[in-house]
Design a binder for this molecule. Sequence first.
Ligand SMILES: Cc1ncc(COP(=O)(O)O)c(C=O)c1O
Length: 336
Amino acid sequence: MNDVVRFAGKFALIPRVGLTRLPTPLEPLKRLSAHLGGPRLWVKREDCTGFGFGGNKLRKLDHVLTEAHEADTLVSGGVVQSNSQRQVAAAAAKLGLDCHLVVYHGRLQPPSDVYEKTGNVALNKLFGATLHDLPWTGDRNHAIEDLAARLTQEGRKPYVVPYGVSNGLGAVGYASTALEIAQQSAEAGFAPSAIVHCSGSGATQAGLAVGAAACLPDCRVVGIDIDAEPARVRSDVIQYARAAAAFLDEPFDEKCIDVVAGHAGPAYGVPHQATIDAIKLMGRLEALVLDPVYSGKGLAGLIALIEEGRWTQEDDVVFVHTGGEPALFAYLDGMN
Ligand SMILES: Cc1ncc(COP(=O)(O)O)c(C=O)c1O
């Protein structure tokens, strides 16, 4: 039995809530590849996971929320323009659950006058979430757990979704993306040399690394640090990857965790010129919408690695579009 069939067999037995529309497409980026003159580029459309503007968190939630069957309320949190909490709010709406979100202010200076109103903020409200404004302290999960404790005292049955939907089960969910890439690339007649994506709270990279080790052994997973905290990102990725590998009963070697620093710009949530250029390039050549906090920085990192000569024209490289389009509207003013 080949690795892909074996790993697919395992996934067929793992419960999902059924939130996502899978597999997401794997498409060639012909015009971007020709423009950059490096490897053949492909995009895995994780912006198309389903409802509420999609994104990488829905795939994690599909697994994580199997634990929430007794809950009447989802509790989570993130910064003002968090894509993660927007996807939690969307999932809650779809499942008929209440949703309470801690909204952290102050991790970054608002980049525009509309930052606090448009994009993900407007969608959180549209999906019916209750927002609790709090200052950012650097502790991602403490205030979320406090809020859940308060709701429990009030007689609710909250389920806590961790910051970024990142934990071991979230990483298990994301390993299925590597499985899909293995299946779709085989059908398209190529073997990817690398999967490149932006890495923040860690479970996306953890899942991709465990999944690729299982069914794409010659493919390197490269996470572009967008938090400007590469050591913290790497250590979180390793923690979630270990948990996912144990759950899936797969081997894991931390040597496969490749977190690339230097492309996060001045700080989390603050785009630099390379990010803005990457977003414009993807829009102009491929009509794909990236965001200035995550996927735009991811593409800026990929372009830099191509320019450094990491791959040849004989390689195929898959860029994971992890979503985040709504956040673009909160940044447009500063992008001209
Ligand atoms: C659009 C987008 N891409 C990538 C990421 C990073 O994924 P992870 O937090 O699993 O590292 C996030 C996380 O919030 C995101 O919103």
